[in-house]
Write a protein that binds this ligand. Structure first.
Ligand code: BG6
Length: 484
């Protein structure tokens, strides 16, 4: 395969929370994969920073273990791993005290790109930001990276934005929503804006409805305490599903440029209609298949937190008024699958006597797994017997169409971390965008809290609570099946 990686400048990347779960699972393995692709310049350094009393050697050992655990065997060989580890440093810092900061300043070299990854609890953002500047470690060219959850509601998101804005300007802040780093999510923009085919039809006159599904088979095991304060609405809809909705619904930006793209997404979020209580279905997985239910996983016997949610969402603008967007996401469902399905309207009149039900074109963009595009079209069923119509898929799997490049899809974090180093914010959320998403989500959550709604139990291995099916049935529509 020809390497098409774009070179980046040499960098010092400091990972606060360098010994934490995200660093081990995603950040370090992603950096290694970029190293393997030849994209990490020789002089660059990756500096773990955390509270633990660790020697540099011990941090390298931890990194080696993480690579062994989280990378497929084919992606790592001892020589390359050892060469990569030579880029690794470790500094012990106390985020809320004074220890370690001068040492950190000693490690950071002038003339490099400086990026600081805050892979820590949001309550520490302010402390770290303040110390980075007080100790002259960061300057006006440095970049900082923050993770979700970015706030718990509008007020806390605003407070976080304000804390960061005290020390850094918006062009320095990279808010990660890892869905935006997924190849197929970026592909949504390519499909829409690099083809003439879809855009003329991309509006309520031709699109009946849109379904966005992010289904997972896993439960909340191990993260029950966090999840129970969050739920599917905050954990998935306010960010990941919202971003998918924006990419489908936004107007064409004038250029693939950070603010041009984010301005258009923001307009979509601001045009979202309030969601009516009868257009929301919340569920909680029950015990089954030898696995505990949500109540046991969350260790909260009275929990009303949803592990599944389905919503009917309207967009009040000229392009979309009258086309519902149905969103659903949940844990412990039948399959791990994420997809967007665009259901076109039926032709206004059928010239065929025996027209069959389902004369509806559907464009399905499969985000994961089996990334690809599938378009359902009507054709004549071959053979005698008159004009019998049948719906068939025009199926394109990226793996089949693109060979290695279609199967060897980089992890979202690889793309996002390299974009930080390149200084490209297009795939990161702007502060106003996050706040607008909370401004939409807050009243929905407050509504069910005030009403005291309880989520419905659903059996694991299915498609969520029965009422989620009704949400579409009542509109004369049907969800696509949850399957891989
Ligand atoms: C995270 C959520 O942001 O996304 C998790 O906190 C969820 O609850 C995960 O499982 C899903 O991401 P992916 O990339 O596996 O679809």
């Amino acid at each position: 395969m020809v390497s098409r990686t774009i070179p980046v400048d040499a960098f010092d990347l400091v990972i606060f929370g360098g010994t934490g779960d995200l660093a081990r699972r995603k950040i370090l393995p992603s950096l290694y994969r970029r190293y393997l692709a030849g994209q990490i310049p020789e002089e660059s350094r990756i500096i773990g920073a955390a509270r633990s009393e660790l020697s540099e050697e011990a941090f390298r050992d931890m990194t080696r273990d993480a690579l062994m655990e989280f990378l497929p065997a084919a992606k790592r060989d001892d020589t390359t791993v050892e060469a990569f580890l030579r880029h690794i440093r470790y500094v012990r810092v106390d985020a809320t005290g004074q220890e370690g900061w001068d040492e950190l300043r000693g490690v950071i070299r002038p003339g490099m790109v400086h990026a600081f990854y805050f892979s820590v609890a949001p309550s520490l953002f302010g402390n770290i930001a303040e110390r980075l500047l007080a100790h002259s470690i960061a300057d006006a060219d440095s970049r900082i990276v923050v993770e979700k959850p970015f706030g718990h509601d509008l007020a806390s998101a605003k407070a976080l934005n304000a804390v960061l804005a005290e020390h850094f300007n918006e062009q320095q802040i990279y808010r990660i929503d890892h869905y935006l780093g997924k190849e197929t999510v970026q592909n949504l923009m390519a499909i829409r804006f690099a083809n003439i085919l879809f855009e003329p039809l991309w509006k309520t006159e031709y699109i009946d409805h849109v379904q966005i599904t992010v289904a997972e088979t896993v439960g909340v095991n191990g993260r029950g305490a966090y999840y129970d304060t969050s739920g599917a609405m905050r954990d998935m809809v306010q960010n990941h599903l919202m971003q998918l909705l924006c990419l489908i619904a936004m107007e064409p930006p004038y250029h693939f440029d950070p603010d041009a793209v984010r301005d258009e997404k923001l307009k979509v979020i601001r045009a979202l209609e309030p969601v009516r209580p009868e257009d929301i279905v919340r569920g909680q997985y029950l015990e089954g298949g030898g696995k505990p239910g949500y109540i046991e996983d969350s260790e909260n016997p009275n929990s009303r937190t949803e592990s599944f949610i389905a919503l009917k969402v309207g967009i009040a603008n000229w392009r979309w008024k009258g086309t519902p967007f149905y969103l659903r996401t949940g844990k412990r469902l039948r399959a791990r699958t994420s997809e967007i399905a665009i259901f076109f309207r039926r032709p206004p009149h059928s010239i065929f006597d025996n027209a069959v039900d389902g004369q509806q074109n559907v464009l399905v963009i499969r985000l994961q797994p089996n990334e690809g595009i599938n378009m359902k079209v009507m054709i004549k069923e071959p053979g005698p017997g008159g004009m019998r119509l049948v719906q068939v898929p025009l199926d394109m799997s990226f793996a089949q169409a693109l060979g290695d490049e279609g199967t060897d899809i980089p992890d979202a974090y690889e793309r996002l971390i390299m974009d930080v180093i390149r200084g490209n914010q297009t795939l990161f959320m702007r502060g106003d965008e996050v706040e607008a998403a909370w401004a939409w989500a807050d009243p929905i959550i407050e509504g069910w809290e005030q009403r005291g709604d309880r989520p419905q139990g659903y059996h694991p291995g299915g498609a969520g609570p029965d009422d989620a099916l009704m949400l579409l049935h009542r509109d004369g529509r049907r969800w696509r099946e949850v399957k891989e």
